[in-house]
Design a protein around this ligand. Sequence first.
Ligand SMILES: Nc1ncnc2c1ncn2[C@@H]1O[C@H](COP(=O)(O)OP(=O)(O)O)[C@@H](O)[C@H]1O
Ligand SMILES: O=P(O)(O)OC[C@H]1O[C@](O)(COP(=O)(O)O)[C@@H](O)[C@@H]1O
Ligand SMILES: [Mg+2]
Length: 494
Amino acid sequence: MGFPRRPTVVVYNKSGNGNGDAATSPQKSTKTVEDTVVFPADDDNLCVVDPLCGGTLMKAQHLGDFMKLPKYNNPMLDDEAYGAVGHFIDPDDVVPQTVVHNINKPLSTNLFLRAGPRAQVHFHPNEVKAAIVTCGGLCPGLNTVIREVVMTLWGRYGVRKILGVKNGYRGFYAENLIELNPEVVDGIHRRGGTMLGTSRGGSVTAKIVDAIEYRGINHVYIIGGDGTQKGALAIHEEARKRGIKLAVAGIPKTIDNDVDIIDRSFGFDTAVEEAQHAINAAHVEATSTPLGVGLVKVMGRHAGFIAMHSTLSSRDVDLCLIPEVPFFMDGPGGVIEYIESKLALNNHVVIVIAEGAGQEQVQSHVSGTDASGNKLLADCGLWLATDMKEKFKARGQEICLKYIDPTYMIRAVPSNAADNVYCTVLAQAAVHAAFAGYTGFMVGPVNGRHAIIPIDVATQTSSSVNPQDRMWARLMASNGQPSFAKKGGVQKKK
Ligand SMILES: Nc1ncnc2c1ncn2[C@@H]1O[C@H](COP(=O)(O)OP(=O)(O)O)[C@@H](O)[C@H]1O
Ligand SMILES: O=P(O)(O)OC[C@H]1O[C@](O)(COP(=O)(O)O)[C@@H](O)[C@@H]1O
Ligand SMILES: [Mg+2]
C-alpha cells in the first residue's frame, strides 16, 4: 500500500498550549508540506503530525516557516539526468522510521520527508554562496562527500560561489576560506582524510554566524558526527533568531556509527573492512605459536559497532568486548576462564575490544575531556593485554600475546566502493534539500531510503549496540562467546 499523495497536514507548535499538550491546539492547514507557512509564537521547533497515512511526521524546518520565500523552477528541469525522466520528488513523500509492524496493532511510526530534488526550489543559483566544513575525527569518505557537494552545486544547480572552511568550525572565523570548484576537488576522493582539514572544539556559535553573515553565505554544508550536528543546530537556531536566509545542511559522519536514526554512517563499511587486516594479522600470529593470543583494539568510544561488525565478518574472533556489554575478568563465567577454555581447545584465541569497553575496570590516570568535550578514555587494549599476561602467569601459563592497535589506520584510508556510492547520494540529497529551502536538517538513509531528518530529532540520543537486539545475538551465535551475564552482564529485557 503506497502513501496517499498530498495529504492535508496539521501543523502544530511543539510548545502547544503551554501544558506540553501540543496536539490540543493545532492550527489546521490544507496546504502541502512544502507550501506550509507558519509563523510560530516562539522559537520552538515545528512538527507536522497526523498525515493521512498515519504516523507522526517529523518535518525538518523550512525557511518558509519563518520568512517569505521566492519560488523558482528547479534548474534541473532541463537536466538530461533528471528533467528528461522526471525524477523529482513529491514534496509530500515520506520515509517511515520503523518498517516492521504488527498486524494486530495500530501503525505508529515517525515519518521523515523523503530526500531528493524538488521541482520547485527557493534559491536562485546566482544568489547562492555555499560553504562546506568538516569537523571532528576523520572518517573514510569525507573527500568524496566534499567533491559531490561541489559537483552537485556547480554542475546540477549552476552555483559558482562555493567556499571551503578550513580546519573545522573555528575556520569560519579564524582562517581564510578557500574557493572550491570542480577542478579543485578533482580526484580528492582517492585520498583519505579531508582536503579541508578538521578539528575538535572551536564551535563558538555567535562568531560562526557573524562570519557567515559577514561573508554573505546562505548555504552551509556541515559534515560531522553527533557533536558537529549539535553545533549545526546551534548555528541554525542563531541564524533563525537573526532572521537570516541560511540553509543549514548536516551530513552525518562518524566512524563509530553512533548517529541515531540513520541506517549507518559513511566510512563505517570501509572501517570494518580495514579492521579485517588487523584481525587477520592477529589470527596469523596467534595460530603460529603455542598459547597464542591475538588482541585487536578498534575505535568505538561509546558504541561497539565497529568491533561487533568486524567480529561478525571475520569469523576468526573468539571474543568481542564492547562498551554496551559489561564483562568481568575473574571467577566462573569470566573472561579469563573463557580464554583458558579456548586455549585448551584450540591453542589460540583472538580478541577484539572496542576502545570504550571495560573502562570502569581500567586503572588509569587519564581523565578530562578533549577540546570538543568528549571524555578521554584509558587504553583498554593495553590494560587487557597486561591483565591477561599477569593472570595467566600466575596460573603457571606463559601466553604469547600480540597486541595490535590499528586505531587510526581504519579511519585514515579512502572510502571503499560501497561508501563512495553512499557518500554521493548523501551529498546530492543535502544540496537538493537546501535548495528546496529546508534548514536545520540532516540527510541520511532510514531503512534504505534517504530522508531529511530534523537535527534536533537526530541529536536527542546517540545510537549504540543494543545487546538485546538480534545483531548481538547473531554474534554470540556465530562465535559462541558467553554473555558474562552472571556478574551483572547483559541487562534483563524490560
Ligand atoms: N553540544 C555541542 N554544541 C555545539 N558544538 C559542539 C557540541 N559538541 C561538539 N561540538 C563541536 O562540534 C565539533 C565536532 O565535535 P566532536 O565531538 O569532536 O566530533 P563529532 O562531531 O565527530 O562527534 C567540534 O568543533 C565541537 O566543538
Ligand atoms: O584522537 P582523536 O582524533 O580525538 O579521535 C579519536 C576518537 O575519534 C573517534 O573515532 C570518534 O570520532 P568522532 O566523534 O569525530 O566521530 C573515536 O572512536 C575515537 O575515540
Ligand atoms: Mg562524536
